[in-house]
Unconditional design. Structure first.
Lengths: 230, 230
DNA sequence: CAATAGAGTTAGGCGAACCTAAATTAATTT
DNA sequence: AAATTAATTTAGGTTCGCCTAACTCTATTG
């Protein structure tokens, strides 16, 4: 096991997480996409990419993008596990608001030891998803990323269950929470305005429900499936 | 309020904590002492001292040492509060072993938000001391450092209560725990060998007690008072 | 197929936080 | 008072992680 354990810096862990996420859609992660996601300049990414490749965490084909190696993927998943368990713990046990746990976990994931994280996981009964619906990798680096559709691609009349929302933006999360759109919620598409117009939908709520309208952009951040099982 | 809030780096917070602690004994903190405590070279301390002084966190009289300004002291106490509440939480709620919480808190204190810390404090019922007996500064930057004597200066026959132990060294803590020497424990000095020899003492324990012997060096890390009140 | 737009990389810099080695200042001894 | 010793600072250097500006590929398009 060439596993240097805790020797990765915060920024390095952030790059690996970003690359992992970008790679999920299939292709290699491009310099530009990484830069965009981490809000740093492409030139800086080029520099870091060289270092990550030197450390054997990624492979880099110049001008064609970057892929995680086995070791890089494992490191990314360890960080992701830390992040998501922290999010669970912060919301469920300490009651931090839904929209703030991401930011907090983003900093703590680089400082918390594996042992601490496992104790949190145990206290929570080994959660399978974080508060935004993202799956939590297991200790031994497995995740099953469910196949979900973005709400933005739903057709009129469909009845869907919200499974996951993108968690980067606190304001967006706060707004979605206000609308009742969170993992587990059931929605029905009432109407789709053409040309990327707003989606009108019914959101089931305990003791009633409500009609809501959201824009294409926001809907693209919400992932659903047809499942009615909890 | 010239309170730049969260803008201090981890190393800066560590320097301020170290200086705070060194200043507690009275005199200004010397470059060498800071270097020793942080395990970095005196030259590096000289460099950082300039930066801290530039930021108005300390005053520096060249060749005579360093003192915290009001702002520096406040920042040190905020970090100390974070550190000690984390230590409490990690032991009491998450069950991390006594000798490992210091190290863990040392990293987390730079990442945890004030809000998170206050939630932990609330969950614990606003603790007044950390697991090693150190007082926890209040939100508004007050601490009362009790006047304690090192166990190394106790005289034969005295009956004393352990109030605090230095927490930097995990092995030392583990050993003290084995001996039953922890905050709250009651001890009686049975014998003091001359020339800095070992101290023989009786340690009260639930359902009995035990005779123990510890060296001068270790005894200097244990602080006691005469109090019998809990 | 040459021009160009856009993505990616290189060059050169900067600040933070460390280092070693070489002054320098202060304190202590003789 | 001079000399030694100890503490401190300065000088010069490193790595990490970022930046801007300039250059170089690649791919598209007229």
């Amino acid at each position: 096991m060439a596993r240097p354990a805790l020797s990765l810096t915060g920024p390095v862990e952030d790059y690996l997480k970003a690359i992992y996420d970008l790679e999920r859609v299939g292709e290699a992660a491009s310099t530009n996409d990484i830069a965009l996601r981490l809000a740093i300049s492409p030139a800086s990414v080029s520099g870091m990419v060289r270092r990550l490749a030197d450390q054997g965490l990624i492979t880099h084909e110049p001008y064609r993008g970057v892929r995680l190696t086995r070791g890089g993927r494992d490191a990314a998943l360890r960080t992701l596990r830390r992040h998501r368990i922290l999010e669970c713990y912060l919301t469920e046990v300490l009651g931090l608001p839904w929209d703030r746990v991401h930011e907090e976990a983003e900093r703590m994931e680089h400082a918390a030891s594996e042992e601490l994280i496992e104790r949190m996981a145990a206290a929570l009964g080994d959660p399978k998803q974080d508060p935004h619906g993202a799956p939590i990798p297991t200790r031994d680096g497995r995740v099953e990323e469910a196949t979900l559709r973005p709400l933005s691609e739903a057709r009129q009349g469909e009845r869907l269950r919200v499974r996951r929302v993108q968690d980067e933006n606190a304001e967006r999360l706060r707004y979605l929470a206000e609308l009742g759109i969170r993992p587990g919620a059931v929605v029905r598409i009432l109407d789709r305005a053409p040309f990327d117009g707003p989606i009108t939908l019914w959101v089931d709520e305990p003791g009633g429900g409500a009609t809501r309208a959201i824009g294409e952009g926001l809907a693209a951040q919400v992932y659903v499936d047809a499942g009615t099982s909890d």
